[in-house]
Design a protein around this ligand. Structure first.
Ligand code: NAD
Length: 257
């Protein structure tokens, strides 16, 4: 019988925070999975693979690594268990596998589970629609801790996608990331990305619209990764009983379009 919330990546920074937040929400924990050889996960039950965890859990929260997404997509769909995905750095193939699983199970997939960032995403789209791309250059600057493995961050890409939606363009067509050397002048309508890595910064994102005569910037700073864990647990409680599909944190917060 399925019972409780399972955590994939339970030994990780987010995984350990999720164990605390599941308890804080008064929800039962079914257990977790991590990489082979990782055994130190505290008192929770350790499953040998994602299939075992999916079959034992009412919902699985997954903060692991992009390399897991295709295997986890198939296992979660086969088990028919709702899935909360916080993992970032997904390739187009990973995203396609996740969308395919969304035909069978409800999934909440968010590059950032903080309520504040999701509000910024909504504002970003509105601002981009109001500020002409030819006059207002959009730049996204992010900083994270030195252990982060992907860049730009999933949240930075989410911000870029929100700006692109507001402008009616596709991000991949206008994205300028990791400028270095003789890059030539900035293209009209480009959405620029810069990533800093250092120390133990939990997550900082600034979206800047720079015109010749004014700058407008919105900054979000996360001081504690608990904000992501609490949001993911909120999504896990929300997703129960939902129809198959891929939902966003905006849907969980009631801000979906
Ligand atoms: P971490 O490295 O501390 O934890 C990841 C855990 O996943 C580790 O314990 C690792 O052993 C485990 N893992 C890796 N491959 C696995 C596999 N094949 N099977 C099972 N477990 C596996 O990293 P973290 O800081 O906890 O972040 C995890 C992911 O969550 C990253 O992709 C990060 O960018 C993302 N993240 C998302 C949000 C959000 O709000 N969506 C917030 C913070 C972090």
């Amino acid at each position: 019988m399925k019972h409780g919330i399972g955590i994939a990546g339970i030994a990780g920074r987010m995984g350990q925070m999720l164990v605390q937040e599941v308890a804080a929400a008064g929800a039962p924990l079914s257990g977790g999975v991590d990489r082979p050889g990782v055994n130190d996960i505290g008192a929770a039950a350790l499953f040998s693979d994602i299939t075992g965890l999916a079959e034992a859990s009412e919902v699985v929260i997954d903060f692991t690594h992009a390399s897991t997404v295709r295997v986890h997509s198939r296992a979660m769909a086969r088990a028919g268990t709702p899935w909360i995905v916080g993992t970032t750095g997904l390739s187009a193939e990973d995203e396609a596998a996740l969308q395919e699983a969304g035909k069978t199970i409800p999934i909440v997939y968010a590059p950032n589970f903080s309520p504040g960032v999701n509000l910024v995403l909504a504002l970003a789209e509105k601002m981009a629609a109001a500020l002409p791309a030819a006059r207002y250059d959009a730049e996204i600057v992010e900083m994270h801790h030195r252990q982060k493995v992907d860049a730009p961050s999933g949240t930075a890409i989410g911000l870029g996608q929100a700006v692109a939606r507001g402008r009616g363009v596709v991000l991949a067509d206008v994205m300028e990331s990791g400028r270095d050397g003789h890059t030539g002048a900035r293209k009209d309508g480009a959405i620029g990305f810069s990533a800093m890595r250092g120390g133990q910064v939990v997550g900082e994102h600034t979206l800047l619209f720079a015109a010749a005569d004014e700058h407008i910037a919105i900054t979000h700073r996360a001081f504690d990764r608990r904000v992501f864990a609490a949001g993911a647990v909120r999504a896990a409680l929300w997703v129960r009983g939902k129809s198959p599909g891929v939902y966003s944190m905006m849907d969980v917060l009631g801000m979906g379009v």
